[in-house]
Design a protein around this ligand. Structure first.
Ligand code: TZP
Ligand code: MG
Length: 230
């Protein structure tokens, strides 16, 4: 079993959430994943909403083999059992998934735990519960997920980042982020409130791309440019 990657070394700059259902016809999932890593994806979350346990395990293991080659951490959406089974680097939990403290008690020391947040209260709870990072969204409109809460916008995301000040909890924004609005997302949050995101998370801009390598490269260079002047 490959070495796990520790919390301190995580680079949240370009966070890919997988969505196999979004692959263009004829595109292979593992090739897309590999190309996204070549293009600069820095962390991968395996999100499988329709797979049974056996299929989820297979996808997670195959994905992990590739991520390890690029020394990129792999997180599992929701399923603590799958994360444990494959020795993943951590998990990503939604508001209706297992609470952070329970997940922490089950997972090995040093596991990364992230939480989806769309209100300041969610952020507060995530901080109190000891989450490592939060995924704030949806920042823009998206067709990838049926949203159950209002779109937050860059100012809203910036406001939420305020609650993370001094906590060491990292943050990515998610929802409708494309190479065309990545800079607006990063710049908009810092310019409205002075608080910066650690990265951006995308599903369709990479998974639904005819050229995932180019899409990831474009997002990655935008983030690097932003980080170099902010
Ligand atoms: N959580 C909030 S919005 C979203 C998730 C998983 C979907 C984001 O997908 P896309 O395609 O990057 O808009
Ligand atoms: Mg969930």
């Amino acid at each position: 079993m490959a070495e796990r990657i520790t919390v301190g070394s995580i680079d949240y700059s370009l966070y890919l959430v997988t969505g196999r259902d979004l692959l263009p016809v004829g595109k292979d999932y593992l090739e897309t994943l590999e190309q996204s890593l070549q293009g600069g994806v820095t962390v991968v979350q395996i999100r499988e909403k329709n797979a049974d346990t056996a299929e989820f395990l297979k996808i997670a293991l195959e994905s992990q083999t590739i991520c390890r080659r690029y020394k990129v951490p792999i997180l599992i959406n929701d399923r603590i059992d799958i994360a444990l089974a494959i020795h993943a680097d951590g998990v990503h939990l939604g508001q209706t998934d297992m609470p952070v403290s329970m997940a922490r008690s089950l997972l090995p020391k040093g596991s990364i735990i992230g939480v989806s947040c769309n209100t300041k209260e969610h952020i507060q709870t995530a901080v109190e519960d000891g989450a490592d990072y939060v995924g704030i969204g949806a920042v823009w409109g998206t067709l990838t997920k049926a949203l159950t809460s209002p779109i937050i916008g860059v100012r809203g995301v910036g406001e939420m980042l305020k609650s993370l000040d001094g906590t060491g909890v990292r943050a990515v924004a998610i929802g409708g982020i494309k190479s065309t609005n990545a800079l607006r997302t990063l710049h908009g949050t810092i310019s409205t409130t002075g608080h910066a995101l650690d990265g951006i998370a995308v599903v369709s801009d990479i998974m639904n791309s005819a050229d995932p390598l180019a899409s990831a490269r474009s997002l990655s260079s935008t983030i690097r440019a932003f980080k170099s002047y902010s």
